[in-house]
Design a protein around this ligand. Structure first.
Ligand code: BES
Ligand code: MN
Ligand code: ZN
Length: 498
């Protein structure tokens, strides 16, 4: 891992050494403290030369600025003041971390024009720095410039200068817990499948015990007793047996029904006997991203002592072709009692989730269930990388998720469900088949899941386009993005706490 920066908050000041980052409103002026760091006005000359006008996401930097003893002076654009949102601060923090590069002493002047930013905004700048600084470089053994290994001798120390440092510190403690959850999810997604099999993944989930999360690990034998034959069928071609981890955070009132999050954790998806083509198959180490997000989310909720009862359930299996693997045409009986004809062994995620959704509903009677899964290539065709596909049987839950998506910039886009699609997965030989033909692939996958949720409010997030291999952003340079941790933390915080 790249060395994690330490982030502290301090009173407004005009630092005389190290790297200083100031915020620039679009077509606006520097704040008084920012201007005091630039007595010779080199920043405004550099801005003119570079054509920098303070647009969000843009920045300009001056090395060894004349008139001061600073190493570098950076201006980060925050756009038009009236249009600034929480996401602006996150992205500005990310841009600040990027522009500061390998500097180890970094000060951020948290003022825009003549106004101090709020404590929440200062904290969000800090989270942006943290998220942007993440790098998965544990397998890089050489620290030369070109191989992507962060070669900082020391971790950076970032000081955010703001009006109310005590309040910012408090706000940041909460955001840092969320950031830690995001980074756990990224770590899990980036880790290769030889290192992270079902058991190793379960061990990582078990580590949440140190935060007060109850963690149970169900073995293959126990899953058999429960009747999870659909989930087990997916893993039967792998030498590494399946596990299910059940995580419980009890931060709410004793009798409050839990909220539930369920994740697809296919540690590697070869497709099984319906094997995938070789090109790009390495990406299927990320087919456990839904489960990774659930672990990261549980960590975030526990880390910030959320006042909610939450359950996280993840199904950890490996989909391999083998003499024992399931075949196309096999019929399995799911925990619900419903039978499934397995037409394509590469449509395995839904088999895993079918049993987990049923089990979750049965055991916990939750207020709602949200599942996350890198479920279909078809959702990438429909939505690309910019939105996760949202499918839901409940308008209120769908609207709340959509709002949380806007607030966190982890966006979702609602897709339809309906009986016309549902009938596409009726089977000649069993209650249903696991694929629905060439068209509407993301929707028929969701219809399949819906057959296992009864009337409980439920939402399915197809994160195949957003959780891995999505384009890098101001707050993420990692292949595994950690998508969904901030989204679902926000859903809980806005509607289900207290
Ligand atoms: N894990 C894949 C979906 C996927 C594709 C995730 C690309 C991330 C990136 C899933 O198990 C799968 O193979 N789905 C098939 C379903 C098909 C056989 C009906 C697909 O999308 O092709
Ligand atoms: Mn598959
Ligand atoms: Zn898969």
């Amino acid at each position: 891992m790249a060395k994690r920066p330490t982030i502290t908050f301090a009173k407004p000041a005009t630092p005389k050494k190290g790297t200083v980052v100031v915020l620039m409103p679009q077509d606006g002026a520097l704040s008084p403290d920012a201007a005091a760091c630039d007595p010779d006005g080199v920043l405004s000359r550099a801005s003119k030369t570079a054509g920098f006008s303070g647009k969000p996401g843009k920045s300009v930097e001056v090395l060894a600025p004349g008139g001061s003893a600073l190493d570098r002076l950076v201006a980060v654009g925050v756009g038009k003041p009236a249009e600034i949102t929480e996401d602006t601060w996150l992205k500005a923090g990310g841009a600040a971390a990027a522009a500061a590069g390998k500097a180890t002493e970094i000060a951020i002047i948290a003022q825009v024009a003549d106004a101090e930013v709020s404590a929440e905004a200062a904290a969000a700048l800090g989270l942006g720095v943290l998220l942007r600084s993440y790098a998965f470089d544990k397998y890089k053994t050489r620290k030369d410039e070109d191989n992507g290994k962060a070669d900082r001798g020391k971790a950076a120390r970032v000081t955010v200068h703001c009006a109310d440092p005590a309040a910012a510190k408090k706000a940041f403690a909460r955001l840092e817990a969320i950031g830690d959850g995001v980074m756990t999810a990224r770590d899990l997604v980036n880790e290769p499948a030889n290192v992270l099999g079902p058991q190793e993944f379960a061990d990582r989930a078990r580590e949440l015990r140190s935060l007060g999360v109850e963690v149970e690990i169900l073995t293959e034998k126990e899953l058999g007793k429960l009747g999870m034959r659909a989930l087990l069928a997916v893993g039967q071609g792998s030498a590494r047996p399946p596990r299910v981890a059940v995580m419980r955070w009890n931060g709410g009132k004793a009798r409050q029904k839990p909220v539930a999050f369920i994740g697809k954790g296919v540690v590697f998806d070869t497709g099984g006997i319906s094997i995938k083509p070789a090109g790009g198959m390495e990406d299927m180490k990320g087919d456990m991203a839904g489960a990774a997000t659930v672990v990261g989310l549980m960590q975030a909720l526990a880390g910030r002592s959320a006042k909610v009862n939450a359950v996280g359930i993840i199904g950890l299996v490996e989909n391999m072709p083998d003499g024992l693997a399931q075949r196309p045409g096999d019929i399995v009986t799911s925990m619900s009692g419903q039978t499934i004809e397995v037409i394509n062994t590469d449509a395995e995620g839904r088999l895993v989730l079918a049993d987990l959704l049923w089990y979750c509903n049965d055991r916990f009677a939750p207020q709602f269930m949200v599942n996350l899964a890198t479920l279909t290539g078809a959702i990438l065709v429909a939505l690309g990388n910019a939105h996760a596909g949202l499918f839901s049987n409940d308008d209120e839950l769908a609207e709340r998720l959509t709002a949380a998506g806007r607030a966190t910039a982890e966006k979702v886009w609602r897709m339809p469900l309906g009986s016309e699609y549902d009938k596409l997965i009726d089977s000649k030989f069993a209650d249903m088949k696991n694929v629905g033909g060439r068209h509407a692939g993301a929707i028929t996958a969701a219809q399949f899941l819906q057959r296992f949720v009864k009337d409980t409010p439920w939402a399915h997030l197809d994160v195949a386009g957003t959780a891995m291999a999505s384009p890098s952003s101001e707050v993420n340079r990692s292949w595994g993005s950690g998508y969904g941790v901030r989204l679902l933390d926000r859903l809980v915080a806005d509607h289900y706490e207290g």
